[in-house]
Design a protein around this ligand. Structure first.
Ligand SMILES: *Cc1c(COP(=O)(O)O)cnc(C)c1O
Length: 419
């Protein structure tokens, strides 16, 4: 895995800080501050400890990664207490947003003219960030969106960077202008151009790379956004693109950062971030009023970032790789089954494993294998795609002990279909 020297220093200091903090403050000291009701047994709905099954919805073992459709990620257990505390008071949400944003900017050591906003997700951050660019602080324009009369109306994007999340940009009323080359970009710029958008995961696919895109933006003095929703780890991405000069950068809070599921981050120039907030909940008669972010999520996001920065990311990556190797050792005992390991360059930059088999030995298509695992007990969700042979999986969303279950179930399914 690519190591980041900037991270190593922060990681070490952060980890030491956490350990010392834990030694100085044993749990007992906090007993009186613990919110009432946290340890009370639940009666009625939830009393079994699994409210999902009480509703008849099966929980799954997640080998696919941080998929919003499966619930994203599991928040750090430490968030629970802080989010419960947050739920016990009333507070001005705009004041809280500004204070949380300042704290986050400080924690991430962002450039001096940058701050942050906790949103309901990266998708919300994209919409509100662009809305703020379009309206500035003008109240009439904020109320008027998505009617763009009197505002700029175009966003330039590389064709290969188009993806389902650009719906959030289009929801402001703008038109996406697709280009592929620098020459096409220069021809596309005009006085209706509001912003240039970059989809970080598509860096390799586009002709204009992440550093060159922001340089072009500076040359033409056009605001520039980078959607890096799923692009931590590495943790350094949280500040890299601000340092590179991107005016706005979006991240999911409920993916690998393991913050509240309905939280995300808009990082960017102070004024643009302030204008994004004006276009977002709790402000009414705004495009973003439907993207409510609660006090609990705002507080939870600050805590999640503190925890994420303090983690030993290298040790985690080794643990995730070890789990995959353990599964590999078991399933490759079945004749004809083989595995290979890889780490995607960007987005879900964590250890992955591809599992393939010789159909002469195991009579099963990847889609059939995927279906059998989904229907097994416990249910396992694992990736199969038309682009790649076999099955693909990662282990960073597995809970303790689940790697053993995955190894057993996979081996069983392969053995049952041995030729
Ligand atoms: C997940 C994702 C989003 C949306 O993030 P949310 O936090 O779920 O709103 C946007 N862009 C990309 C590339 C993503 O992967």
């Amino acid at each position: 895995m690519r190591l980041n020297s900037n991270w190593n220093r922060r990681g070490f200091l952060g980890t030491v800080g956490t350990i010392v903090g834990a030694m100085l403050a044993p749990r007992k000291l906090f007993a009186s501050k613990e919110p009432a009701g946290l340890n009370k047994p639940v009666t009625g709905f939830g009393q079994t400890g699994n409210p999902y099954e009480e509703l008849g919805v099966t929980t799954v073992i997640n080998c696919e990664g941080t998929m919003t459709v499966l619930g994203g990620s599991l928040p750090h257990p430490e968030l629970e207490a802080v989010m419960t505390m947050a739920g016990r008071h009333f507070v001005s949400i705009p004041d809280l947003e500004v204070a949380a944003g300042n704290r986050i900017a400080e924690m991430l050591k962002l450039p001096p003219d940058y701050s942050a906003l906790v949103t309901s997700g990266a998708a919300a951050a994209m919409q509100s960030g662009l809305a703020g660019i379009l309206t500035g602080g003008n109240e009439a324009l904020i109320r008027q969106l998505p009617d763009l009369t009197g505002m700029k109306s175009e966003v330039i994007i590389q064709k290969s960077h188009r993806n389902p999340f650009d719906h959030q940009l289009r929801s402001t009323g703008i038109k996406l202008v697709e280009i592929e080359t620098v020459d096409q970009f220069r021809a596309a710029v005009n006085d209706r151009t509001a912003m240039m958008h970059f989809s970080n995961f598509a860096n390799a696919a586009g002709q204009i790379k992440v550093d060159e895109w922001v340089k072009l933006a500076k040359q033409y003095n056009i605001p520039c956004m980078n959607d890096a929703a799923a692009d931590t780890p590495p943790v350094s991405h949280l500040w890299d693109y601000a340092n590179m000069g991107y005016d706005l950068i979006t991240f999911s809070g409920g993916k690998a950062i393991r913050g509240p599921q309905c939280a995300g981050l808009l990082i960017g120039r102070k004024e643009m971030v302030a204008n994004a907030l004006l276009n977002n909940s709790p402000h009414e008669d705004t495009l973003g009023r439907g993207q409510k972010v609660g006090k609990e999520e705002i507080i939870g996001m600050v805590k999640a970032l503190e925890l994420f920065l303090a983690e030993d990311h290298d040790a985690q990556a080794r643990e995730w790789q070890d789990r995959l190797e353990g599964i590999s050792r078991e399933i490759t005992k079945v004749p004809g089954v083989s595995t290979l390991f890889f780490v995607p360059d960007i987005a879900n930059h964590v250890p992955h494993m591809r599992i393939t088999w010789d159909q002469a030995h195991v009579k099963l298509t990847p889609e059939e294998a995927r279906k059998l695992l989904r229907e097994s007990k416990p249910s396992i969700v694992i990736g199969a795609s038309e682009e790649h042979p076999g099955l693909g999986m990662c282990s960073f969303m597995l809970q303790p002990g689940e790697d053993k279950i995955v190894a057993e179930q996979l081996s069983r399914v392969f053995r049952q279909h041995a030729a």
